[in-house]
Design a protein around this ligand. Structure first.
Ligand SMILES: [Zn+2]
Length: 311
């Protein structure tokens, strides 16, 4: 069955050339997908804009309106790391909405799984705060959306971006219905993601952090995947799996200090795909997060996609 691809040229409108999270990232990815003639092998899913009500599944109303008005007023920064432009609010709605469109396509059986090439990224955005290049938490809104719209009971989010997804962790910290697992570099931005952060109240045990020392390899990750993650996920039995797919753990990435290769991202995907086949008919929705080396990011996406397609 086919794999869905979410993309829209409007994702390029949120841009700042001197910033690592710039539109060139998506341009280079699309270039290689076209060159490898992959675009025609994937089912294109056209993104819609998320509504403010949908953002409110996870974000505070005051924060959403603040971002909208800062963009409208032509402000350039949400914080020191996170730029905005007059287009950014609309692009961010299209990023969240792109993931909701992907969720519709996967759950309605139009595609087996989907990759959403969306920007700005999302996993650092919490209920009332954007940071770390993120305005709204794409994956978190989509996780809530599948619960609201399709009444799914158990959602798994696997986040392998080199940075800890503090926003996603915060949003679901008390919640046993959304299991958040992060693989990241220890002591890197934003500084959260300790092993001891395991969830709270009912949510205890449904937040798992695997901080790795800098220089860790794919073998180190795969060891934890197979020894710890997979058995735990098989107990949880998710009905759908989201991947917060950041590729800044690649050894050549300027922002991370890991030692992963593009092939490693293919191997992580293989393991998740096999597990997804067993527990949720292969339903995976992968959302682009980080990845800032414009030469290797497209290669990582290729490896990830080839594995999603079962090649
Ligand atoms: Zn990152």
């Amino acid at each position: 069955m086919t794999i869905g691809l979410v993309y829209h040229p409007d994702y390029l409108k949120h841009d700042l050339k001197i910033h690592p999270e710039n539109a060139g990232r998506l341009r280079e990815i699309i270039k290689i997908l076209e060159k490898k003639r992959l675009m025609e092998k994937l089912r294109s899913i056209s993104p819609r804009r998320a509504t403010v009500e949908e953002l409110e599944y996870v974000h505070r109303s005051a924060y959403i309106h603040k971002v909208a008005s800062l963009c409208r007023e032509g402000k350039r920064r949400l914080d020191a790391d996170t730029y905005i432009s007059p287009f950014s609010f609309q692009v961010a709605l299209l990023a969240v909405g792109g993931l909701l469109s992907a969720a519709d396509a996967v759950i309605q059986g139009k595609v087996k799984s989907a990759l959403a090439l969306i920007r700005p990224p999302g996993h650092h955005a919490g209920p009332g705060k954007g940071m770390g290049f993120c305005l709204f938490n794409n994956v978190a809104v989509a996780a809530r959306y599948v619960q609201e719209r399709y009444h799914l009971k158990r959602v798994l989010i696997i986040d392998w971006d080199v940075h800890h997804g503090n926003g996603t962790q915060d949003i679901f910290y008390d919640d046993p219905s959304v299991f958040y697992v992060s693989f990241h570099q220890a002591s890197l931005f934003p500084g959260t993601g300790l092993v001891e952060e395991r969830g709270r109240g009912q949510g205890k045990g449904y937040n798992m952090n695997f901080p790795f020392p800098s220089g860790s390899t794919g073998k180190d990750y795969l060891d934890i995947f197979s020894r710890v993650l997979i058995p735990r996920v098989r107990e949880f039995v998710p009905e759908i799996i989201f991947i917060s797919a950041g590729f800044d753990g690649h050894k050549d990435d300027p922002l991370g200090g890991m030692n992963l290769t593009e092939e490693d991202f293919g191997k992580f995907t293989d393991l998740i795909r096999d597990m997804a086949e067993d527990v949720c008919e292969g339903k995976i929705i992968s959302a682009l997060e980080g990845g800032y080396n414009l030469r290797v990011l497209p290669l990582c996406i290729l490896a990830h996609l080839q594995s999603l397609r079962g090649e």
